[in-house]
Design a protein around this ligand. Sequence first.
Ligand code: F6P
Length: 342
Amino acid sequence: MRIGVLTGGGDCPGLNAVIRAVVRKGVSTYGHDFVGFRDGWRGPLEGLTMPLGIPEVRGILPRGGTILGSSRTNPFKIENGVEQIKSNLGAMGVDALVAIGGEDTLGVATKLGELGVHVVGVPKTIDNDLNATDYTFGFDTAVNIAMEAIDRLHTTAESHHRTLVVEVMGRHAGWIALHAGLAGGANVILLPERNFDVEQVAGYVEKRFQHQYAPIVVVAEGAQPLDGQMVLHNQELDSFGHVRLGGIGQWLAEQLEAKTGKEARTVVLGHIQRGGTPTAFDRVLATRLGLHAIDAVNDGDWGKMVALQGTDVVRVPLVEATRELKTVPLERYTEAEVFFGS
Ligand code: F6P
């Protein structure tokens, strides 16, 4: 078979490990041939390709980002986009696609699958918000980066008797905030899953100062105050209809400073959470997902996504992965609340 591979949406550490595993097993075990599509769905749409054989995947296991490039291109928003993809795949003799992506990229894969394109999906996102898989690779790396930042912020916050608000990514799911906050010993963690009361947060901050410690507040970029509108940088939508989140950390620090009389500063971790080398956990998960994805392709098991359930990698219908967002359950948040303000 001739198999196309693409990576779409926000990049994350571990993408190269998947590509490597797919190609290594695909060539050496099954004798398949590969073509790399550049920049997500833009690749098959515009016929942008690169060679993808064993030489191209050597040495990429520890490298962050994606050697294929990525984009948030949505072929369903482009006139004749789907027909263009089908005709390009036919002209290039591509029998099947391995699509490595999050909610948006796999949403396109699901619909293309229903329209007859042979596709297998691999879940990725630092946000860990994909249903049907216990973890996505990239998440563990992002959490470790945020945890290390929080560890460092504790000492400087103490020295200056300041509140430090750390804004982390995660879009509409609070997984990064919850895990980084718990691992880093944050004094308050705020998630999109539960609107927060800024007076209560100020109370936690004051309590922490009374104990002679400086508070660290971890806020997910999608968190919102009780009665307010979501705080956004701008209202522009990408081609999948998402607004760009961010700004809640700054707003919160201003509120906390005004309410407590103690200086409050904000650190926005931003794309640092997505950059650089993957953790061992993410390398192993990404490698295993890649190995199972090429098995699914070889079996002609189209319309499936490989997923981690417990410690097993299983195949689930792509549509299950994209049907709803996996958000933080309330009981997980309640566990963390024990540490707030103390
Ligand atoms: O989905 C991954 C993610 O990093 C989100 O956490 C974040 O909201 C978004 O992508 C940022 O997107 P961009 O890189 O396009 O600014």
